[in-house]
Design a binder for this molecule. Structure first.
Ligand code: SF4
Ligand code: FES
Length: 256
């Protein structure tokens, strides 16, 4: 297969980027999208040119490292598929593809298709964990959890933090990601003691990170490779609203 690729090239955060056209004649339909880029990069290196930078790690749809826009769609045209799991058999000989990094102020471009997603790490740090010891596997099995709640928590926990939801959202909102992280713990007994503190902390961090506001457009759900549902945003909003009315400020020992 032959493809014409238009790829965003940007040397560093402070350089002005531009689209560069490449004719790629060695595309095997069995390659993944990233393997196709690997071959392009080998050709560029052989010619003494700078290879295209892109993020990746597991290449199994698990880690959330990969991700860029393919013809304007986050992770490309295949639903529920990360770009590392997207195969070239879904494209045709002669196709013209435009590859661009996630576009969001909260995700500044580092180089070419690589963006800085550390804002997501800071949102997790603001409350996306259970701080108390929850025991070993045996202790977990002693806590009865309704099947429905366990299933919903697992669905939310499937979020891999790829950032496609932010890239697809016209407001560059991180509501689907944050809602998934809040939901996955708020649905389980182990997440209850810090439930409302978690919602307040994580939503406050979102506001600091220059993400936009959710206006229920739904593009995030449409592109999410893990099929996270908009209901996680509703759950986050409910927890945040309730926490705003009921939680009192942290009181440290000696203050009261
Ligand atoms: S909610 Fe979906 S699109 Fe957003 S970061 Fe998680 S897995 Fe990626
Ligand atoms: S490289 Fe890990 S999800 Fe794509």
């Amino acid at each position: 297969m032959k493809l014409t690729l238009h790829i965003w090239r940007q040397k560093s955060p402070n350089h002005i980027g531009r689209m560069v056209q490449y004719e790629h004649a060695n595309v095997n339909p069995h390659m993944s999208f990233l393997e196709m880029l690997d071959v392009l990069n080998e050709e560029l290196i052989a010619k003494g040119e700078e290879p295209v930078a892109f993020d990746h790690d597991c290449r199994e749809g698990i880690c959330g490292s990969c991700g860029f826009m393919v013809n304007g769609v986050a992770h490309g045209p295949q639903p529920a598929t990360t770009v590392c799991q997207l195969h070239m058999r879904h494209f045709k000989d002669g196709d013209v593809l435009y590859l661009e990094p996630w576009r969001a102020r909260a995700f500044p471009v580092i180089k070419d298709l690589v963006v800085d997603r550390s804002a997501f790490d800071r949102i997790i740090t603001a409350g996306g964990y259970v701080s108390a010891s929850t025991g070993s596997a045996q202790d977990a099995n002693n806590i009865l959890i309704p099947k429905r709640d366990a299933d919903l928590a697992m669905d939310a926990a499937a979020c891999i933090g790829c950032g496609a939801c932010v890239a697809a959202c016209p407001n560059a909102a991180s509501a689907l990601f944050t809602g998934a992280k809040i939901s996955h713990l708020s649905l389980l007994p182990q997440g209850q003691p810090e439930r409302f503190k978690r919602a307040l902390g994580m939503v406050a961090q979102v506001k600091q990170e220059l993400f936009g506001s959710c206006t229920n457009i739904g593009e995030c759900e449409a592109v999410c490779p893990k099929e996270i549902k908009l209901e996680v945003i509703a759950r986050m909003n409910r927890d945040y609203l309730k926490a705003s009315w009921t939680e009192r400020p942290e009181i440290t020992r000696g203050d009261d």
